[in-house]
Design a protein around this ligand. Structure first.
Ligand SMILES: [Zn+2]
Length: 287
């Protein structure tokens, strides 16, 4: 079982135990909330009653305060259950507010937060963990990263659109990549320790040992050409950061074409700028 699962399980057990204690207290008629060390498990004085929006008097709304929820048999609600639920939720809030502090998960397992990488805003929006995605997009571990591979998307969509499209795909194709980059920054779609299906070389080093960057907007060549220009610049800086953190150099940059012959990244190849692209990455390498 993964450490994250153990942490979540542990927190759930603590929450349930605290909730049961509080429920017993309430059912005994105690109305003084939580001012005597509610979070004994962490040793901190964390009075639940001081949390925003918490009022012991209101923790058990009467049926008049709260419309009854529909129930299949229209049976009346039982007021003793309400304080139990309120206290469980309040205890959860106390937990989340820091009374119980699970160790932080690894960087890329947190979704939807942005960090700056070598000047590029990177938002972590990992693929949903479901059976389809695990089968077709998240094939397995990548213990070693030896190269960074550059692609062009060959359309005008944004990075977010690319990520969401990949996340939703159900066409039984084995396809995935780590980053999509557009004019506003990058979206990280997969963790660095998972390999993707992007290089077209089967179980070769392209798929199994390379981080894939898709540069978006690559068909923007007229009035919106600057979208691609900015996307490519973000990709230059992101690639430089990735090379740096994995102990690599610009000699370890690859095109999709290097792995399987596909004309990708089509925009850079067509404009014969691959060597120039590598020079820009070299200049952008963090110290
Ligand atoms: Zn490609």
């Amino acid at each position: 079982m993964a450490i994250e699962h153990l942490i979540v399980l542990g927190i759930a057990i603590i929450i349930i135990a605290i909730g049961i204690r509080k429920a017993r207290r309430v059912l005994k008629g105690s109305a003084d909330g939580c001012d005597s060390g509610c979070c004994q498990s962490c040793g901190k004085n964390c009075p639940v009653k001081n949390l925003p929006n918490f009022s012991p008097q209101k923790s058990a709304p009467t049926p008049a305060d709260t419309p009854p929820e529909p129930s299949p048999d229209n049976s009346p609600r039982h007021p003793p259950h309400l304080p139990l639920v309120a206290l469980l939720l309040t205890t959860l809030a106390a937990t989340l507010s820091g009374c119980i502090s699970p160790s932080s998960p690894p960087l890329a397992t947190r979704n939807h937060r942005s960090v700056l990488r070598n000047g590029v805003p990177v938002t972590v929006m990992l693929l949903d963990d479901n059976a389809y995605n695990r089968k077709y997009k998240l094939p397995g571990k990548m213990p070693q990263v030896t190269t960074i591979t550059i692609h062009n998307t060959a359309n005008d969509a944004s990075a977010r659109a690319e990520r969401d499209y990949l996340n939703r795909r159900r066409d039984n194709k084995y396809i995935s990549f780590h980053y999509a980059v557009d004019e506003n920054g990058a979206i990280q779609i997969m963790r660095h320790d998972q390999h993707a299906w992007h290089a077209g070389d089967g179980r070769g080093n392209g798929n199994l040992k390379s981080i894939a960057i898709e540069i978006c907007r690559s068909t923007c060549i007229t009035h919106n050409a600057q979208l691609y220009t900015r996307a490519e610049e973000n990709a230059v800086n992101l690639a430089a950061w990735l090379l740096k953190i994995h102990g690599l150099t610009t000699d370890d940059l690859r095109t999709h074409q290097d792995w399987s012959g596909k004309f990708c990244p089509h925009r850079i190849l067509k404009e014969q700028r691959w060597q120039k692209f590598k020079q820009r990455v070299k200049k952008a390498m963090p110290l």
